[in-house]
Design a protein around this ligand. Structure first.
Ligand code: DX5
Ligand code: ZN
Length: 217
């Protein structure tokens, strides 16, 4: 089964972002997770297409843009033009989700849908053929360093079951509160893409932490 570790640069030191990205790449990261927050969909305000374009210039790793914005349809193309390889939108703000996914795929990148902790798998069951990954939020979006919401395990298991039953190929991504001490359990539930911000950037030795996480999953 595909397993990929995606450090979230939300927890990086922004005063030396280029170096931080290079450091996790050298340390064994598989994907760079890029958290876009607009100050409306979530209370926090972070980074946009200009920083994504700069990120693209310092790494050859795929970039996974997670759009926590109220208007993804209006802005998604600018993130793809800036160099995103994976792009996810929240189900809660996509009235025409099928169309949005088709558009993301037509622009040549992997299309993902994000479920907030309160959003159900049922809300996306009809588009599972039309996406490349489902991102299960395991904290309420907006900030790094929060505690993993245990009830999310059930959602990951539910998605994994549907994936097997319907012989689908989408990946399951988990974002929020992923640590060395819970990554094995998250993996057993069927997760493929593991986002980790504070667990990696908050550690002393990125290489040792990434290695330990990959040994544990
Ligand atoms: C939260 C973001 C996450 C965040 C995870 O809204 O989507 O990607 O960076 O941070 P940690 O791993 O510290 O929970
Ligand atoms: Zn994220």
């Amino acid at each position: 089964m595909t397993k990929l570790l995606a450090p979230s640069i939300l927890a990086a030191d922004f005063s030396k972002l280029g170096e931080e990205i290079k450091s996790v790449e050298i340390a064994g990261a598989d994907i760079i997770h890029f958290d876009v927050m607009d100050g409306h969909f979530v209370p926090n305000l972070t980074i946009g297409p200009m920083i994504l374009e700069a990120t693209r210039r310092v790494t050859s790793l795929p970039i996974d843009a997670h759009l926590m914005v109220t208007n993804p349809d209006e802005v998604l193309e600018s993130y793809i033009q800036a160099g995103a390889n994976y792009l996810s939108v929240h189900v809660e703000v996509c009235p025409h989700l099928h169309r949005t996914l088709q558009r993301i795929r037509s622009l040549g990148v992997k299309a993902g849908v994000v479920l907030n902790p309160h959003s159900s798998v049922t809300s996306i069951e009809t588009v599972l053929e039309d996406l490349d990954y489902v991102l299960v939020m395991t904290v309420n979006p907006g900030f790094g360093g929060q505690k993993f919401i245990e009830s999310a395990f059930q959602k990951v298991g539910q998605l994994d079951k549907i994936r097997q039953e319907r012989k689908l190929n989408f990946l399951i991504e988990v974002d929020g509160g992923v640590k060395l001490d819970n990554i094995a359990k998250i993996s057993q539930a069927g997760t493929n893409l593991f986002v980790a911000g504070s667990a990696i950037f908050g550690s002393e030795d990125y290489r040792a932490t990434i290695k330990a996480m990959k040994e544990a999953w």
